[in-house]
Design a protein around this ligand. Structure first.
Ligand code: ZN
Ligand code: MN
Length: 492
């Protein structure tokens, strides 16, 4: 078998649940986890004679998301009925948006802080608002082959986001989803909790295979049932291999044209064929006569734009510049959410050392939050306290070798750094003493100075060793820094 170069081509369809108080067209509460069928009313049960009324809060949240995704907002948008039968859809149709979605033509920029792919824009074809269906619970009681319906979710608001086929690898797909989730959680539009189904992803996948006769495209396959970002990555990687080998093994035939739907089997780590995909004409879309079109004014859009606040991409860039930290550090901090960003910024400002602040927040604070399952708000040390702690290290007054001990003590007792240092019996070395000590060492060791000037910076280790013998409380890194500076200054 000869090898062919091919490209993976992926477009995503993402559904996210909006964080509204109530459902999209009735006053029932929009809440996860309530006992089955307790959050329903005649409207979302689809009883005859009831009329839907649009939830303004849902439309506002949808506008926020679309504006943040750089979409054009339609001045007039309407509602359509998508007709199909399923037991969890009591009306026999879903209220959705067909030919006049409220927004189109946006994009989301993705990048990889590790630089595996460059910053790129993933185009967004459309974002529309629709209602969710109920939930079918199949065989959830062991040994009973029955299905039950829970209609709590019926009529809750969903945002559907459809991307252009701009994604070229499983990693890019994951980066897109991660960035989308971050954006929507920053906006408080959705909690994007995949376990609870507030974010669901389908992918349209095919290959562009480069042959000596030209480029051929394999038929598009829609992949469903991916329950985590990792599952999305794996399903796409699997599907690329499968389509390529199918193309090879069928003698370069491109296969049947009707779009195939396949489901990801997370246990077996493969995709399996599902039903034939409906064409949109099968749904017999028509405008919903019970709902009035929605108009949006330019002033309204401007107001939404003003309300967005600083978004993740902007924050990442700003904190890199403002505090001198790496793209990777900025990404880790921003991906933790607004509370962690605010905390980090305060620590950086109080300590006057962004790099060290980033290190301690990223490593020790985030690790502690994870271990204890705390939110940032529950962390017992204020940003002011941690800032002072980082300042002592940055000033060389607290040896980095003992810093962890002090941090743990502060965490336990919530004492300020100086109290903690005293309680632990650690002698701090002030800047003047440290400078004085280093000056003496540099003067007393002309050989080492000579070596350092010849580029052998390792020779500084001898000075650090002597410093530690004279005063065990000095910070080795700080001693090395000061000695190097003194030698360079003398040279100049
Ligand atoms: Zn209801
Ligand atoms: Mn949909």
């Amino acid at each position: 078998m000869s090898e062919h170069r091919y490209e993976l081509v992926v477009g995503l369809e993402v559904h996210v649940q909006l964080l509204t108080q109530t459902k999209l067209f009735c006053g029932c509460r929009n809440q996860f986890g309530a006992p089955p069928n307790t959050l329903t009313c005649p409207v979302c049960l689809g009883l005859p004679g009831t009329l839907p009324v649009m939830n303004q809060q849902a439309f506002q949240l949808a506008l926020k998301a679309a504006v943040a995704l750089n979409c054009e907002i339609a001045p007039v948008t309407k509602w359509d009925r998508k007709n199909y039968f399923y037991p969890d859809l009591p009306k026999g149709y879903q209220i959705s948006q067909y030919d006049l979605p409220f927004s189109r033509n946006g994009y989301l920029e993705i990048s990889d802080p590790r630089g595996r792919f460059g910053p790129k824009r993933v185009g967004i074809i459309r974002v529309h608002l629709e209602e969710d269906a109920g939930k079918s619970l199949h065989d959830e009681t062991a040994g009973q082959a029955d299905s039950r319906i829970d209609l709590n979710r019926a009529g809750t608001p969903l945002l559907e986001i459809v991307t252009r086929p701009d994604i070229r690898s499983p990693e890019e797909a994951k980066a897109f989803l991660t960035e989308l989730k971050l954006l929507l959680t920053y906006l408080e539009v959705s909690d994007c909790n995949m376990q609870e189904g507030s974010l669901r992803v389908d992918a349209n996948v095919n290959l562009h295979i480069h042959t000596p006769e030209g480029t051929v495209a394999t038929p598009i396959v829609e992949v469903k049932n991916m329950n985590s970002f990792r599952a999305v990555e794996r399903a796409l990687a699997y599907e690329a291999q499968r389509q390529y080998h199918q193309w090879l093994s069928t003698g370069h035939r491109l296969g049947q044209v009707p779009k195939q739907t396949r489901g990801w089997d997370d246990q077996a780590q493969i995709t399996r064929p599902q039903r034939q995909k409906e064409e949109s004409s099968d749904y017999r879309y028509f405008p919903d006569p019970d709902l009035v079109p929605v108009t949006v004014s330019p002033e309204q859009i401007e107001q939404v734009r003003q309300s967005l606040g600083e978004l993740p991409a902007t924050i990442r860039e700003r904190i890199q510049k403002q505090y001198g930290i790496t793209p990777y550090d900025a990404d880790v901090i921003v991906s933790q959410g607004r509370a962690v960003v605010e905390y980090f910024e305060k620590v950086a400002q109080v300590s006057g050392n962004g790099k060290q602040a980033a290190n301690w927040v990223q490593r020790d604070v985030l690790r502690t939050l994870k271990e204890r399952q705390w939110t940032m708000e529950q962390f017992p040390l204020s940003a002011e306290q941690l800032g002072q702690f980082v300042a002592r290290i940055a000033q060389g007054r607290l040896a980095s070798s003992r810093a962890r001990e002090v941090f743990d003590h502060m965490l336990r007792t919530q004492q300020d750094v100086d109290t903690a240092i005293e309680a632990l019996g650690i002698q701090t070395v002030d800047e003047d003493t440290l400078q004085e000590l280093c000056r003496r060492l540099v003067e007393a060791n002309p050989k080492v100075v000579q070596q350092v000037r010849q580029g052998k910076t390792k020779a500084l280790g001898a000075l650090v060793g002597q410093a530690k013998r004279e005063n065990p409380n000095v910070d080795p890194r700080r001693v090395q820094e000061i000695c190097r500076q003194l030698i360079e200054q003398a040279e100049a």
